[in-house]
Design a protein around this ligand. Structure first.
Ligand SMILES: [Zn+2]
Length: 402
């Protein structure tokens, strides 16, 4: 073959293999696209209620849809069931059910690409069929409406984890971003954790106060998950976990899933953001009022404000490589068995270079470059989460047999 053709062919194949996620190595590409890549926290559910959004098409806004999941090799995803933490009681239950139905309907209407998964085995089976496994996590204990029966009903509908609180305390658990009201978990809160164990639902300690975390760690018979939190040693945010907490979580088999939100990753950004907006809780509270609870409006306005402040130089640039710093910190602290990915896509401000899920192969490439083994990278990408799901399923079987 003439040399010029060889050159053109290799240039074309280079473009084909690298367009999906900038220029990653062939080894990273192969590893990433043969792994189960499981993200434990995505707020894409809110978009299902917008007429402008289509899960099956590439959307100009947001971070997650089927075409970009395929491009980024994201083949297992926890869709978050989230409502404002100040909505309580029957209204909270109703809104949670609306969202669970929206996830299930979006999965049902994309049967060639997606399948609802409730167990680790079902995630693996979806992967074998070339489908994306859709899972659900309820983000905030306020959504059970202070009624333990809702834990069982949510579990039956396919919810596989519940975050014990959101930004505000609920009736039975203190939040990391509210004034303590219950000294951690109340007795009822401890009952909720036991019922979650019995249902095989992972207990998620992202968002909770440090005391709630230690209470949940003591009560839970299954390992805990931090579905979307980063490391406080690198960025001192109450939403992140201290080294002591990460060690305690890992000692009981749990996994910290690194969050990509800029103010949880980067201290300079967090400090500047606190100064400009009063921080994430305050700015979300204000936007909720301004937008009259319209989630699409809140997300849009938050992104606009962030973009404007960054352009004006009031907020520093944060590179996606800070995600790698947090993964590496946690791995050095407790080992690769206890770290995973919990992006917070569609619910947070993403760092530059990780704007959407099509960019995920860059994480695999960066970890290979750092000298991580392929087996450790597979664990971080998804196997650790599958392991603790299996453990939670085992605990559930034991408790139900008693
Ligand atoms: Zn969250």
């Amino acid at each position: 073959m003439p040399r010029i053709f060889v050159f053109i062919l290799s240039a074309v194949s280079f473009l084909v293999t690298t367009s999906a996620a900038d220029d990653i190595s062939a080894r990273a590409h192969k590893l990433h696209f043969s792994s189960i890549v499981l993200d434990t926290h995505d707020d894409t559910t809110q978009r299902f209620f917008s007429k402008d959004y289509d899960l099956g098409k590439r959307n100009a806004e947001g971070s997650v849809d089927i075409p970009r999941m395929r491009e980024g090799g994201l083949n297992a995803i926890f869709f978050s069931i989230w409502i404002d933490g100040r909505i309580m009681g029957a209204a909270a239950v109703q809104k949670a059910l609306d969202q669970i139905d929206a996830v299930r309907e979006n999965v049902r209407t994309h049967p060639n690409d997606m399948v609802l998964a409730r167990t680790a085995a079902e995630v693996r089976s979806a992967h074998k069929q070339g489908k994306i496994a859709a899972l659900m996590g309820v983000e905030g204990g306020h959504m059970i409406g202070n009624d333990i029966r809702m834990v069982r009903i949510f579990a039956d509908l396919g919810v596989r984890y519940m975050t014990l609180s959101h930004f505000y305390n609920d009736e039975w658990a203190d939040s990391s971003t509210d004034k303590p009201a219950h000294n951690g978990l109340t007795d009822f809160g401890k009952e909720v954790v036991r019922e979650m164990n019995r249902q095989g639902m992972l207990v998620d300690i992202s968002h909770v106060s440090d005391k709630t975390f230690y209470d949940a760690l003591e009560v839970s018979r299954a390992p805990l998950i931090a579905s979307h939190s980063s490391c406080r040693a690198l960025c001192n945010h109450p939403r992140d976990m201290s080294d002591d907490m990460i060690k305690a979580l890992a000692a009981k088999g749990g996994v910290i899933q690194i969050n990509y939100e800029k103010s949880f990753l980067d201290q300079a950004y967090k400090d500047a953001s606190d100064k400009e907006t009063g921080g994430v809780v305050q700015s979300l509270g204000q936007l909720t009022k301004d937008c009259n609870n319209d989630e699409a409006c809140i997300g849009r306005k938050m992104a606009e404000a962030e973009k404007k402040l960054t352009a004006e130089g009031k907020l520093p640039h944060v590179s996606w490589e800070r995600i790698i710093d947090h993964i590496d910190h946690a791995v050095k602290l407790v080992g690769a068995d206890h770290v995973g990915l919990g992006s917070d896509f569609d619910g947070a401000n993403m760092p530059e270079g990780m704007e959407d899920c099509s960019k995920l192969p860059k994480i695999t490439d960066a970890l290979l470059r750092k000298g991580y083994s392929e087996s450790d990278i597979r664990k971080i990408l998804g196997e650790n989460t599958l392991r603790i799901m299996e453990q939670a399923e085992r605990v559930s079987r034991e408790m139900q047999a008693q």
